[in-house]
Design a protein around this ligand. Structure first.
Ligand code: ATP
Length: 251
């Protein structure tokens, strides 16, 4: 589904990604780990075309992803969540999720009066889909509530809901369990496993929480200083001396 080859991104004198390559098969859940500043978020920003690559290629479903404009990413079926929740605090949970639907659907772009019937049909479909996702993530009870003031664990689910409406094929999750307590982490893991099946979605997960990422992903890619230093199943990665040295500070 996704093939990243020799990807490099530089910011002035900083090389945030240095010749990174890996691939993701349809249906997989791949973990992306590495110490702070390793380049994980930069990689997501490249895949969603927020940042331009300085070198390398990215093929997504056989297409050159680096030629797709940022506003075309959602239409390709790629959605993401953010490390620092990207929600609108004063908007209701429902509207926050609906914004995600509009972002992916055509309604937001079709404003001409002539196309109004089509916009209305699209709007109805997006609203129905939003309600279904809200219900699936147990958010119907807080749908009218502004995002501000809700517990952090709930906000994480709202962020996930927003990424899920529109039926993405590839979901990029940036630190989905950061800030959650252990019970919440376990619950979120269960939700993600179920969602993956139900929504038939492929996932790449950036996360520092080792228990979570090792428990939920079948393959892990580890970055350090912008380079891939290891790739393999969780059991192998946990034993990898290079990973231990880089990530845990012990060999
Ligand atoms: P963390 O786990 O702390 O989120 P990360 O692995 O996601 O870290 P990145 O945020 O991708 O790491 O950062 C990689 C490097 O690129 C860092 O040195 C960072 O300071 C730098 N960097 C990232 N974005 C920018 C930017 N927009 N401008 C300049 N430097 C940047």
């Amino acid at each position: 589904m996704l093939e990243v080859h020799d990807l490099s991104v530089r910011f002035g004198g900083i090389t945030a990604l240095d010749g990174v390559g890996f691939s993701v098969r349809r249906g997989e859940m791949v973990g992306l780990i590495g110490p702070n500043g390793a380049g994980k978020t930069t990689l997501f920003n490249c895949l969603t075309r927020r940042y331009d690559a300085d070198a390398g290629t990215v093929q997504y479903e056989g297409e050159n992803l680096l030629a797709v404009p940022p506003h075309g990413i959602a239409a390709m079926g790629i959605a993401r969540t953010f490390q620092n929740l990207g929600l609108f605090p004063h908007m209701s949970v429902r509207d926050n999720v609906l914004v995600g639907a509009h972002h992916r659907g055509e309604a937001g772009f079709l404003t001409a009066a002539l196309r109004l019937p089509r916009v209305r049909r699209e709007e109805a479909r997006l609203r129905a889909e939003t309600e279904a996702v809200l219900e699936r993530l147990a958010l119907t009870g807080v749908a009218e509530h502004p995002a501000a003031g809700l517990p952090f664990g709930t906000l994480k689910r709202v962020e996930l809901a927003r990424a899920l409406v529109g039926g993405p094929k590839l979901l990029l999750l940036d630190e989905p369990v950061n800030g959650l307590n252990s019970g919440e982490v376990e619950e979120f893991s269960g939700t993600l496993r179920a969602i993956r099946q139900e929504f038939d979605v492929t996932m790449v997960v950036v996360e520092h929480h080792m228990g979570f990422v090792m428990g939920i992903c079948e393959r892990i890619v580890c970055l350090n200083f912008g380079r891939k230093i290891a790739e393999g199943p969780p059991a192998e990665i946990q034993r990898d001396p290079g990973v231990m040295q880089a990530y845990l500070g012990t060999a």
